[in-house]
Ligand binder design. Sequence first.
Ligand SMILES: Cc1cc2nc3c(=O)[nH]c(=O)nc-3n(C[C@H](O)[C@H](O)[C@H](O)COP(=O)(O)O)c2cc1C
Length: 183
Amino acid sequence: MSDLKIGVIVGSLSSTSINRKLAEAMKKLAPEGVSFTDISIDLPIYRQDFDADYPAEGRALKEAIEGADAILIVTPEYNRSIPGGLKNAIDWASRPWGQNSFKEKPVGVIGTSPSGIGAAIGQNALRPVLGFLNVAQFNAIEVYLNFKDGLIDDNHDITNDGTKAFLAGYMKDFVAFAGHHKG
Ligand SMILES: Cc1cc2nc3c(=O)[nH]c(=O)nc-3n(C[C@H](O)[C@H](O)[C@H](O)COP(=O)(O)O)c2cc1C
């Protein structure tokens, strides 16, 4: 497969984010030929007034998404949904009207939580939002990862062999899916 550029969006702004750790671990599990760009969601709250003259940070976000072949979203669950910061970034990327940067973009959603359900409800709150934005959603493997201390070490390696193989399988299939859409 030809080289593939994946933009990574972490749904947490926490300096100690376990989802950031998972994102870094996923990069290390990717097949050959894949490169990654981190896409920041540290943005002011979107408002429609911006549409007439889109601010630089909004344009930078849109360009980063549009420039990637696929997007991997790694998100926590906040109050049984997604964090407001992630939704805000998606709102930025969806506008101005008619200029939805996510259109037809292959997108994978994964996440982790210290709770047993592994951010499942948050991820599933995100899916209809992405559906409305007409992304090509990768649904074949779901990653609801129950985070435990030591699961990801300081080098961002997964310490559990079964989990590591499962997540490597996710990356293999997601990259194949994205490559198929890239053509
Ligand atoms: C505002 C807030 C709401 C949360 N709601 C949930 C929740 O609904 N389900 C859950 O499993 N964990 C919830 N948590 C706990 C998070 O899963 C935990 O803080 C996790 O570390 C967040 O991911 P991060 O470290 O990548 O920021 C919540 C945490 C915060 C700060």
